[in-house]
Design a protein around this ligand. Structure first.
Ligand code: HH2
Length: 299
């Protein structure tokens, strides 16, 4: 199965609610808030990708620009130099579905040529006017995420009247615009953007009412992994101490129908998802996890 048909199979499974999918985070950046600086060399990135796949990742999300609060943006050339070779090498070695986490159409295009079959755009296709065209013409899957502001300033006093309805309306409107630009409905994933221009109170409210996003009829992705809201709730714990808090949010998200979790800790979250899925979707599973048509590491 090609990586492109794998992503279609995955999104089909997500839409049917067969099981929760895991997107493993692989940042090739010097400054990402948790894994920054660890996988800058291609061989280290590939080894980590293989590990994430063995642990149960369905999709790998390769990013070359940190979006942590206060982060400065990097040039197209720098971002492409960080990510494109890594994407090519992972796809060649594993045939796994790879998503490119970028806001830049040029980086997305080069990553797609290297084998990426999904674009994860934290600006919901608003950061680069060419992005929707690239996605439509290449037929990749697209994750459309909500963010208030931009990473450099997004945590300077974010405010909402009703965070859930505002983010929901925004995502519905962006999905409609994406479809008008020629992106197929069944290739769209929505993400309320945990931690992006939101205070802890907003992130927690979003998690509490995630079903409102699921009601829009697209697979919903959530990326709470080790983020600061979890540290804040736990009295100021650093990212290294936020695994269990991430697990709590993951289970609650699954209970409301979230389809994809974007996580750093795939082994732990695969176990969380397996148990939460057994509660939510029934046991034994209609589709055995081990018998899924999804190819993991090594083909
Ligand atoms: N979070 C981060 C980056 N990309 N994409 C989506 N769709 N949803 C998210 O919640 C999301 C995302 C931030 O996490 P990380 O990549 O670990 O950190 P950094 O931005 O510092 O590289």
């Amino acid at each position: 199965m090609t990586a492109a048909s794998q992503i279609d199979t995955l999104l089909g499974a997500a839409r049917r609610g067969e099981r929760t999918l895991l997107m493993g985070v692989l940042n090739v950046t010097p400054d990402s808030f948790y894994d920054g600086g660890r996988y800058l060399r291609e061989e280290d990135a590939l080894r980590h990708a293989e590990r994430l796949l063995e642990e149960g990742a369905d999709i790998l999300d390769v990013g070359g620009e940190s979006s942590r609060p206060g982060a400065e943006s990097v040039s197209v050339e720098e971002e492409a130099a960080r990510t494109v070779g890594v994407v090519r090498c992972i796809v060649a070695a594993t045939q796994a579905p790879v998503s490119i986490d970028t806001t830049k159409a040029e980086v997305a295009m080069r990553a797609i040529e290297a084998g990426a079959t999904m674009v994860n755009d934290i600006t919901a296709l608003t950061g680069d006017e060419a992005m929707a065209r690239v996605a439509a013409q290449t037929g990749v899957a697209v994750c459309i995420m909500h963010m208030q502001g931009r990473p450099r300033t997004m945590q300077c006093n974010p405010t909402y009247r009703d965070v859930v309805s505002e983010v929901r309306d925004y995502l519905a409107e962006r999905a409609e615009t994406a479809m008008q630009a020629g992106i197929q409905r069944d290739r769209i994933v929505l993400d309320p953007g945990f931690g992006f221009g939101k205070r802890a109170v907003h992130n927690l409210e979003i998690v509490r009412r995630l079903h409102r996003f699921v009601e829009l009829g697209f697979p919903v992705l959530l990326g709470p992994s080790r983020k600061s809201t979890i540290g804040e709730v736990l009295g100021g714990l650093p990212p290294e101490e936020r695994l269990e808090g991430t697990a709590a949010i993951a289970a609650l998200a699954i209970s409301q129908g979230v389809a994809i979790l974007r996580v750093h800790d795939v082994r732990a979250m695969a176990r969380v998802a397996r148990v939460a899925d057994a509660v939510v979707r029934g046991w034994p599973p209609a589709v055995q996890p081990g018998a899924s048509p999804i190819v993991s590491s090594g083909g």
